[in-house]
Write a protein of this length. Sequence first.
Length: 210
Amino acid sequence: MEDHFVGYQIKAETVNEAFTNLLEILLLKGNRVKIEEDDKGSRSGGKTIELQSLTVLIENPSPYIQVPPILSNVSKKFMDGMLFQSTDKPQSKRVLDQKQDVINLLKQRPHSRRASMAVWERTDLTANYSVCLAYLQFLIRDNKLHQSVVFRSWDIFNAFLYNTKGHIMLQHEIAEELGIEMGTLAVFIVSAHVYGIDEDKIRNYLLKKE
């Protein structure tokens, strides 16, 4: 029986470097998992390529991200950093509702470990929408603002770039409010995956990067 690969860590200088590395390791080490069909569209059922318990550390989380042309139709409208500027999506509203509390806490207690946002709620378990973001935490260390994020599920090919830009923009806004520099962005992903219907596109993208 083939080993079920669990756990991997990626360290990258930039978001685009992390994106490429994630896709490469998913195709190289990912487990083939078939998921159930539901009413959420073509990517809700069929084959996925998944890695469990994957950690990504981006050392220089700049919002200047290159979007591959192959993704332009999927990601372009999100790349302006609007992820946490609108309350249209439940996860965005929950983050925005807690943002000022985090800023106030860090102003009062710069070394606090309590500056966190719980995003996933119990009601999401049976909701007809999908909240993939679970948790955010901000730490001030060495006069820099570091952000840690937990995703329960993440479509790396279609969502990594615009989700990550949204988190970087949020981190930048909080750091600016606090008058400190940006630190690292670390993400823990319970299920990092791509969909089988995107596999050929991913392989073509990686071939062009070489």
